[in-house]
Write a protein that binds this ligand. Structure first.
Ligand code: NAD
Length: 254
């Protein structure tokens, strides 16, 4: 309890698997959270649930498309209006891209949507929050990438998804160097296989194939990823920036 006391965070993709776990954990650790997502019903359910459990109004839900600049401006304004400051951004939202046995033979329209969402969405978020994060004195951005940034064969054959997730790491490092002097840190978390709705469009045999490559022998629960993000968001990691935190059961160690 209290590892994020007095902190205010924006978490994207909060209506999804990892996002939901992040919102619960951050609020439990004392943060006030603007939980953003596209699915209003699921978002409302999460917000009501967490606030009831904590007997507080610590979490506010906002529908938000990460590819929309105006939505970002609105989300930052709402966080500051409601909570008075902003210290943390977790760029968690992403889309998987179309699974394919032939990664080179991609659908250009789908690939463009994946790249725009997964890269430009994170870039727009970083740009929108930076003026507030530099005021924080201890700002932290955590970008959620994927083991697909390091090894082939885990993206369901989506070249766009794998490429977008590698670019997320480069984005973190580039921005980290630019804002270190302003007291803002930018780090990347690389999850391996996590049991969440993003896998719904993946055939079970593809999931089994990925599972077979994980030395620990199991897929993560969303909370396993959330604990890593919590560390990077909190002041406990105050000497870390531009760094990679891999949480993948050993998948990329081979
Ligand atoms: N589940 C896995 O195996 C796995 C593995 C590696 C990395 N990841 C990464 O973890 C993060 C969380 O994924 P998850 O597994 O919880 O998936 P999920 O599908 O449950 O959640 C992703 C959320 O992002 C939201 N989203 C997508 N596009 C959006 C947009 N344009 N605007 C706003 N919200 C949008 C979705 O609506 C969804 O709620 C993602 O960045 C994903 O790439 C997941």
């Amino acid at each position: 309890m209290g590892r994020l006391a007095d902190k205010v965070a924006i978490i994207t993709g909060a209506s999804g698997g990892v996002g939901g776990a992040l919102v619960k954990l951050f609020a439990d650790e004392g943060a006030r959270v603007l939980a953003t997502g596209r699915n209003e019903a699921r978002l409302n359910e999460l917000v009501t649930d967490v606030n009831r459990q904590l007997n507080s109004e610590r979490v506010l839900g906002v529908t938000h498309d990460i590819t929309n600049e105006n939505d970002w401006a609105g989300a930052v304004a709402q966080a500051v209006d409601a909570f008075g400051r902003l210290d943390i951004l977790v760029n968690n939202a992403a889309i998987p891209g179309r699974a394919s046995e032939e990664p080179w033979n991609f659908d250009a329209e789908n690939a463009t949507t994946v790249l725009t969402t997964n890269i430009m969405g994170a870039m727009l978020g970083i740009r929108a929050v930076m003026p507030e994060l530099t005021k924080s004195g201890a700002g932290s951005i955590v970008n959620v990438s994927s083991a697909a940034a390091f090894v082939g064969g885990v993206s369901g054959g989506s070249a766009a998804y794998a490429s977008s997730k590698a670019a997320v790491g480069a984005l973190s490092r580039e921005v980290a160097l630019g804002v270190a002097k302003d007291g803002v840190r930018v780090n990347t978390v690389y999850p391996g296989l996590v049991r969440t709705p993003i896998l719904e469009n993946f055939p079970e045999e593809r999931i089994a194939r990925t599972l077979s490559k994980i030395p620990m022998g199991f897929a993560a629960d969303p909370i396993d990823i959330a604990y890593g993000v919590l560390y990077l968001a909190s002041d406990e990691s105050r000497f870390m920036t531009g760094a990679d935190l891999v949480i993948d059961g050993g998948h990329t160690a081979q």
